[in-house]
Design a protein around this ligand. Structure first.
Ligand SMILES: *[C@@H]1O[C@H](CO)[C@@H](O)[C@H](O)[C@H]1NC(C)=O
Ligand SMILES: *[C@@H]1O[C@H](CO)[C@@H](O)[C@H](O)[C@H]1NC(C)=O
Ligand SMILES: *[C@@H]1O[C@H](CO)[C@@H](O)[C@H](O)[C@H]1NC(C)=O
Length: 170
């Protein structure tokens, strides 16, 4: 009885040991040594990101940002040149990467909608303002968000901090 219990404990200890170590010794013994990057190291350099499947021909797109609502209003314009046609959020990323006046943005990802832009250059909308996106020169508001909208060559996308038009019924 005692010896079979001891055997059981030894087996459990051995199993625990193998479980803990198998990650390296099993790989080395079974697959041979491979100088593969760890999963967490499979990073591409931002400038060298491979092009996406759904990209089109290179186009020029201008991102304009306008804020006239706060005490420190600003306006900026960033043109991204000869970038494969793809969704708007990729052009926003490029605008930041150009390192000029568009420094950063934040967004929240929603199911079926994609990213919603929350702040640009540190300025967020609040309960009564939001970053409205429209297309110039037509001034048409976008009917979808930055994850699904695909700009055309020469298009200007205006991000304008805009009051939410709330009508109160008294
Ligand atoms: C929202 O931001 C605008 C512009 O800065 C400001 O005038 C307004 O008072 C803010 N509203 C709230 C509810 O914080
Ligand atoms: C975002 O950009 C604004 C404007 O340049 C800057 O003041 C702010 O510190 C930046 N935010 C972060 C998190 O870098
Ligand atoms: C806000 O809404 C009211 C009522 O729907 C409308 O009459 C007004 O033109 C709107 N204002 C703006 C700036 O859109």
């Amino acid at each position: 009885m005692f010896s079979s219990l001891r055997l059981l404990v030894m087996c459990a200890v051995l199993a625990a040991f193998l479980h803990h170590t198998q990650a390296w010794w099993l790989d080395t013994w079974w697959y041979g040594y491979r100088k593969a990057a760890l999963p967490g190291n499979r990073c591409e350099i931002i400038e060298d990101r491979r092009s996406c499947d759904s990209c089109g021909y290179p186009i020029d797109v201008t991102i304009m940002v306008k804020n006239e609502l706060t005490d420190s209003p600003f306006k900026l314009e960033e043109t991204i040149q000869q970038e494969p046609q793809q969704t708007l959020i990729r052009f926003l990323e490029k605008a930041v990467e150009q390192g000029n006046s568009f420094h950063n943005f934040t967004a929240t990802y929603y199911q079926n909608l994609g990213y919603s832009i929350e702040s640009i250059n540190g300025l967020s909308g609040n309960s009564s303002t939001y970053w409205k996106i429209s297309s110039l020169p037509s001034k048409a508001d976008l009917l979808c968000g930055v994850t699904t909208y695909v700009p055309e060559h020469g298009e200007i996308l205006l991000f304008d901090l805009t009051p939410i038009n709330v009508t109160y019924h008294s």
